[in-house]
Design a protein around this ligand. Sequence first.
Ligand SMILES: NC(=O)c1ccc[n+]([C@@H]2O[C@H](COP(=O)([O-])OP(=O)(O)OC[C@H]3O[C@@H](n4cnc5c(N)ncnc54)[C@H](O)[C@@H]3O)[C@@H](O)[C@H]2O)c1
Length: 385
Amino acid sequence: MNNFDFHNPTHILFGKGRITDLKDQIPDDAKVLIIYGGGSAERTGVLGQVRDALEGHSLVEFGGIEPNPRYATALKAVNIIHNEDITFLLAVGGGSVIDATKFIAAAALHDGDPWDILTSFGSVITQAMPFGSVLTLPATASEMNANSVITNPEKGAKLPFRSAHCFPVFSILDPEVTYTLPDRQIANGVADPFVHIIEQYLTYPVNAPVQDGFAETMMRTLIDLGPKALANPKDYEIRANLMWTATLALNGLIGAGVPQDWASHMIGHEITAYNDTDHARTLAVVLPSLMNDQRGPKCEKLLQYAANVWDIRDGSDNERIDAAIDATRAFFEDLGIKTRLSDYDVDASGIDHIVAALKDHGMTELGEHGEITPKDARRILEAAA
Ligand SMILES: NC(=O)c1ccc[n+]([C@@H]2O[C@H](COP(=O)([O-])OP(=O)(O)OC[C@H]3O[C@@H](n4cnc5c(N)ncnc54)[C@H](O)[C@@H]3O)[C@@H](O)[C@H]2O)c1
């Protein structure tokens, strides 16, 4: 196993009715900026629950964070923080709202151009405002990690950053608030954590049976429960297990002490920056093609994945790897997620654009060995056309 640091300070409050516990998580004298998205939190009544829970607190609200949150919108919230003397931020929404809140929390205390936060991938951050979250869409684990991804359409960029200062102080996970998710977001919320797990698992063995076993159990859980959540959207047990799996998939636990890949994500971000395709869908396009392309360096883990996740044990190495890739693609397609670039209107000129953007953004040495270059990304994308 590799050396690692593991520190995760986020307090999780999980279960039915937990939004009422908000009042105990935020200091009484805080001036709170509630940050939300395009209106689903209002329509579904979650914002109402939040306002009720925080009765007596001084509240200001900022709505309009987009899916794939925009840099310019986040900066508007930073202005409000300065003008209104806000002392605490509360994100109410999915990964986009929580990611935006992390950027806002850091930008509000950043001396200098906030764009530096993104171009430095977060390394310039020395402090951030305290913030919590009420999660409405389990998928990204943003509720329990220090990562964020911000889109700037003017610069054609979707850039990730990370900072130890950007963990939520707390996150409230009430599975009942996910009952209102449309099928598209339920499916995204299964595919996205699945690929998060893969990025921390499908590399090369380092004798880490606990991380591997945890990862394999979570993948089998997503494979089992994903279709069931689509068929029975108000089954509490299914939603609760999916919600916690999505959080554990990227809260640092299974990635501690093992090599990590993240090439599918970095290529996928450029697809979203190109035409706003849902994050999870970009991953479902890139991953099967990347698995096929990287079957040499990933051979041992691909065979382990075939056996322990899909129970594929017969045939030659190549036959088992083929079968595991087919099963992965079929899993996404059965969730209603298309797995070809042409399904998302990306043609040859789109691939040119995406490969050029990878170069522009310094994504030139991707994968667990740093050996996936833009030329390799082109081959992976062309095979996913
Ligand atoms: N921070 C991380 O570690 C991390 C990891 C993966 C992805 N991301 C980023 O997160 C973003 C995607 O986040 P997401 O997948 O959570 O989706 P999202 O936050 O973009 O939300 C998608 C849509 O679902 C709606 N919605 C949310 N909750 C709802 C509910 N309970 N009922 C009905 N509608 C609801 C929203 O209004 C929105 O229109 C992308 O920008 C992606 O790059 C971040």
